[in-house]
Design a protein around this ligand. Structure first.
Ligand code: R5P
Length: 258
């Protein structure tokens, strides 16, 4: 790995622990003004001090985030699909590597749709992005997307997706927590972080999810809705930080919700 790539990676995953808490606020790229993210700037601003990195699109970055931002940016560079369209899996690269560099991104993020009609298209695009990333020292975060088919989130399917993403060269993979998650981790030779998925019933459920994932080998979380759709978004981030960075139990972390 060249110095630039290594340096970016060390901004993403804390060198002392290899762990991180990232805030995902990229949902608008296919969901539009999703609940609690209607005005992204207002949602994001108070959460920045409790976040190790922000995952978002160039549109929200340029228009809603102050240029004094002092945490790394994970730039969502894929899109071209929408919740209203015929196939969520029909996603492609929309933002150039040049623009990602111009925006001082520390990584670019791309979703793959394994097992769908757009499997080859999205995997080929991931490889193309990795090739460009190697050229410029830019890590690629592959997101194992399931679209509307949330029931796909099991170890067999996610293990397949994560392994393929790593084989194609992604430096980091984002997936979902599932039963037998340690099998997914074991078979993926690059760091894994987890998404939260749609908001769970309680804050405690989300903390349990993060705790289990970290306990079974995830290097961190890249969560969105379970944080900013909570009435206590800052408390949630503080609690998750305790779990990820300090190895806190769910009970210990839950104190930060108060
Ligand atoms: C998809 O919308 C994006 O990749 C999100 O960044 C990802 O799903 C994480 O957000 P959440 O925790 O809300 O699932």
């Amino acid at each position: 790995m060249d110095w630039g790539m290594k340096n970016r990676m060390s901004r993403l995953l804390k060198p002392e622990s290899g762990r991180a808490v990232w805030l995902a606020v990229d949902h608008g790229y296919f969901l539009g003004p999703v609940s609690k993210l209607e005005e992204p700037g207002k949602t994001i601003k108070p959460l920045i001090p409790f976040t190790d990195a922000l995952m978002l699109t160039r549109g929200v970055l340029r228009n809603c985030v102050d240029t004094s931002l002092n945490i790394p940016v994970i730039l969502r560079v894929s899109g071209g699909n929408s919740i209203a369209g015929p196939a969520l899996s029909n996603e492609s690269v929309q933002t150039s590597m040049e623009d990602a560099i111009r925006l001082n991104a520390s990584a670019v993020a791309f979703s793959i749709y394994v097992g769908t009609e757009h499997e080859n298209k999205t995997l080929t695009a991931l490889s193309g992005l990795v090739n460009e990333g190697q050229r410029y020292g830019m890590p690629v975060l592959a997101v194992t997307a399931v679209g509307k088919e949330l029931e796909k989130r099991d170890a067999r399917y996610l293990g397949l997706c994560c392994r393929i993403a790593a084989e194609l060269g992604a430096q980091v993979v984002k997936t979902y927590y599932c039963d037998d998650f340690e099998k997914v981790v074991k078979a993926c030779p690059v760091p894994l972080v987890i998404a939260g998925g749609p908001k769970l019933k309680t804050e405690l459920d989300a903390l349990k999810l993060a705790h289990s994932a970290i306990g079974e080998g995830a290097k961190g979380v890249d969560m969105g809705r379970n944080i900013w759709q909570s009435e206590n978004a800052i408390g949630m981030l503080k609690a998750i930080r305790e779990i990820v960075h300090k190895g806190a139990s769910v009970k210990e972390a839950a104190k930060f919700l108060k």
